[in-house]
Each structure stands twice: as structure tokens, then as C-alpha cells.
Design a protein around this ligand. Sequence first.
Ligand code: ADP
Ligand code: MG
Length: 331
Amino acid sequence: MVRNDQPLLDVRGLSVAFRTRGHEQLSAVQELSVSIDPGGSLALVGESGSGKSVSMRALLGLLPANAVVGGSARWSGEGDVPGGTELIGLAPRAFRAIRGRQIGMVFQNAMQALNPTIPLKRQLTEHLRWHGSCTRAEAEVRAVRALGDVGIPDPERRIRMYPFQLSGGMRQRAMIAMAMVADPRLLIADEPTTAVDVTVQKQILDLLIDLRDRGTAIIMVTHDLGVARYLCEDVAVLYSGQVMESARLVDAVEDPRHPYTRGLIGSALELGDDSPLRPIGGNPPDLADRPAGCAFQPRCTAADGERCAEVQPLVRLADAREVRCWRSSHE
Ligand SMILES: Nc1ncnc2c1ncn2[C@@H]1O[C@H](COP(=O)(O)OP(=O)(O)O)[C@@H](O)[C@H]1O
Ligand SMILES: [Mg+2]
């Protein structure tokens, strides 16, 4: 039974580090805390390399062993999966009951996620057939319906095709169908519109909005706040592996409190006023050479000297808003 006062997924202090030659450990995600309620929608936004994909892969048990160095991710569970199941360190076998079934995933590149040598039908029915939870015939009916639901015309015919026989847009839809076929409670969509053209982008977004409206919780990973705004209620802004600001998305866009959030708004199409795009100057730091204090401070136009270079505060504001900046409360 779903209890609405419990988050669907509650991530606390998630930290990921990669061991690489020449460096002790490269810290890719630091103390990430986000949470999503049943039916909620959360955007994880940040420039390329900020740790978005790595954090989602950590939640899904898809990182190399020992890469997660700290933190917790509690899944609310359902059916055979007990409430409060800890996803971090969960055994691969136990994960199979959750990944693809209770949590669906859509990745940036459909060709990487879909197996090119297996017809769609088998890929779509795999999660359904797991554990003998439904018959082959039932699974096929549901798979055809899922393809139809994502707007693939003539799904009875297309389900017999291989991924390479579909256009890019159709493949992206097929991947969403695959993520949705088992009717998951949470969909994690990692840059689902990045590799497709503008028309398809709009269609994919509409599809996600539709899923959200039917009660599926969504974590949308994107580098584009403008895209996130269409879909999501809440936002966590990630920079160099840290959440710089977490807020209701509308608050973050209308009244950003972290200079990095402001920078993202200034550089996003369709956000703010009609003024020209203002990309953020400079580049994110190398993971091996992250500055002390605030990691954004070398690029920050509002930084004030030593304070920002030494200590980064975590300021808690009203409405569960959190900002890692000294200037967060418009002092
Ligand atoms: N397996 C890995 N080994 C070492 N570094 C990695 C590995 N996977 C990702 N990284 C690094 O972690 C950082 C975050 O990557 P990622 O989460 O993919 O960023 P994005 O926000 O673009 O999704 C990047 O600097 C990337 O190079
Ligand atoms: Mg990524």
C-alpha cells in the first residue's frame, strides 16, 4: 500500500568516487541528497560532467563495484520488495526485481540501451516475463500496447523489427516504451531528448508529461533548465558533483539563489527575458583539481574573495529550499 507521506525514493549523502591510475580517487559526486514523492517530478540539472549520469547509475546499481563510497538511497518498495529497501549495495539479484520493473530507465543514446541484435519484442517482454509474472502472450499484448502508447504507428508490425530498422525518433520512443512496459512507479530519464531533433524532442517531452499526468514519478536528467521547466516540479542543480541549489523549479527559475543557477538560466533558451544568451564563462573544474571552498567560485561573478574560496555554506531557506552559497538570502 502506498503511503503518501513517505518519499518514493530518498537519497541521502550519496558520494561516488572513481579510482584511476595516477590519482588516489576522483570524487565525481559528493553528498548528493534528493528525494521524490510518489507521482512527483524532479529535474537534475547541470552542465556536462557535473555528475548527473553517475548519480543515477549509482542509484540503479550500474557503477563499477566500490564506486559508491557513501550515502543511502531508500526505495519505498512494492509487492515482494519491502518498503525502505536500501539500493546502495543491493545484491544484483534483488535489483532485478526493482530495475526495469519498479524503476524504469531511459538513457540518452537509444542505440546503446537497446540491443541491436535482438528484436524489439524480446527486449520489451523481458522485464514482464521475469519471474514468470506473466505469460508470453500477455507480455506480447502489453508490449504492443506500450509501443502504441508512445505513439509508434502500427506497433504489431514494428514490434518484430530490430532497433536498427527504426528511425532515431522511433528508437527513442521504443526505449521509453521499454522503460514503461512494466508500469514502473518511477521513471529515470537521462537526457532523453539530447540526441534527437527538435520536433522529436517536443514529442518526447509531451510523452513524458503525459506519463507524469498519469501518476508516474519522473526524474529528468538534463543540462537544459528550459527543458526541465516543461516537466518538473522540483529541481536539484548539480555542479562538479554537488547540489548547489535544490528548490521548487518555478522558484529556482523566477528567483535563483545560487549564481550557478542564475548562470544556467542566462544560458538557456526560452528562459527569462528576451535578452541574448549569456553563457557562463570558463569551464567546470577538473575532478582531480577541484578548488577549495565553493567549486563554482573561480567562475562566479558574485564571488567575494576569501570567504567563498575557503568555506562553502549550506543555507536552508523556507519551503525546504537549500542553497550552497553565502549570498543565497539576498543579504
Ligand atoms: N567510470 C568512470 N571512471 C572515471 N571517471 C568517470 C567514470 N564515469 C564518469 N566519470 C567522470 O565523472 C564525472 C561525471 O560524469 P557524468 O555523471 O557522466 O556527467 P553528466 O553530468 O554529464 O552526466 C565526469 O568528470 C566523468 O568524466
Ligand atoms: Mg550524462
